[in-house]
Design a protein around this ligand. Sequence first.
Ligand SMILES: *Cc1c(COP(=O)(O)O)cnc(C)c1O
Length: 415
Amino acid sequence: MATINRNFRKLSAGYLFPEIARRAKTYQAAHPGVVLHKLGIGNTTEPLPPAVLAGLHAKVDGLGHADTYTGYGDEQGDTPLREALSGYYRQFGVKIDPEEFFVSDGAKADAANIQAIFDTGNVVAIQDPAYPVYVDSNVVSGRTGLFNRTLGQYDGFVYLPGTEENGFFPEPPHQKVDLIYLCSPNNPTGAVATHAQLQAFVDYARKHKAVIIFDAAYAEYIGDSSLPRTIYEIPGARECAIEINSFSKFAGFTGVRLGWTIVPKELVAEDSQPGELHTMWFRRQVTFFNGASNIAQAGGIAVLSPEGLSQSRAVIAYYMENARIIRDGLRSVGLTVFGGDNAPYLWVKTPGSLSSWDFFDQLLNQCQVIATPGAGFGAAGGQYIRVSAFGHRENIVKAVASIKNNLVITEEARS
Ligand SMILES: *Cc1c(COP(=O)(O)O)cnc(C)c1O
């Protein structure tokens, strides 16, 4: 008799995006022909630049000839790609050995899977709000109790709230925790940790033999050169941090699929020797995964070439100009806007004491704009909405104009 993994029953119904779709559909049915402006998506929209396309094409063509055909590649990812990644990190003054990179088909799967090399008894600290995979992967693995509907939180997690007061990047916990998930630049808040803020986490982790899982998927969106692009810019991070990153938002690879995880050789847990966690992740990946597509990996090498980098960064600049247009537009109607300076997300405070879902409905009904209610990312998002800068310029401009022309913020809400 088979029995199920009952931890799945603990998952709070992943109701954010289906509920957004349901409300949009209801609105659309009542208002046929009205076009909705989408500012909710966390998905890239602009075409791949020529240098990256050339890399992908060349690999596809190579697969058609016996002398250039390749099958399974190197276990941790193609060596030229890992060498190129190592070179990419050197520009931030950080030395990562090609053997410390594990190439994958994306950061989300790595973020979900990495917990498998840690004991199920570990206490997990999570930023609130957070990208949902950190939460759900640990729920399913049995590291929490039940979801507490009143609090909007799982029993057993240590939540680190991001608030206006702390600039949406929390301090390390006051109690002892074992695993800490951090995302900077942050999805959904757009906040970026400073060197000092990351140093505090690295110091905490070394003191408590905790491990930081650092998601840097938006690192390329940092324009301010004083902010860290990788946690390995922080002294001591090699002993206590795993970094996860991706070509998805960096180079428009959301559909192509390519990411990487760095497990430094010095990384230790309370009961492990240096090198052991690196070996365990190697074992996990070669056992359960057979590598990213060789076409995608050739595309990744092209992204990291000088032309690929400058062309991909031009696409990022385009999204960041979208972010500027949104920020200026929303501020001009009196909304309070955070983020969007070094990240493609803006974190917008709801007017007055509106809940994130009520403000979602207001934007939908008055402005025909779809944003993402902050409550979907955790309890601390309950009075915010996330606005995404991904989109074609003309659609962004129309959405912002609709907010400027149609949003009614009452005097009561303004004060
Ligand atoms: C989009 C995103 C990723 C990227 O996931 P992929 O699987 O590489 O597409 C990772 N982390 C965060 C926080 C994201 O928003």
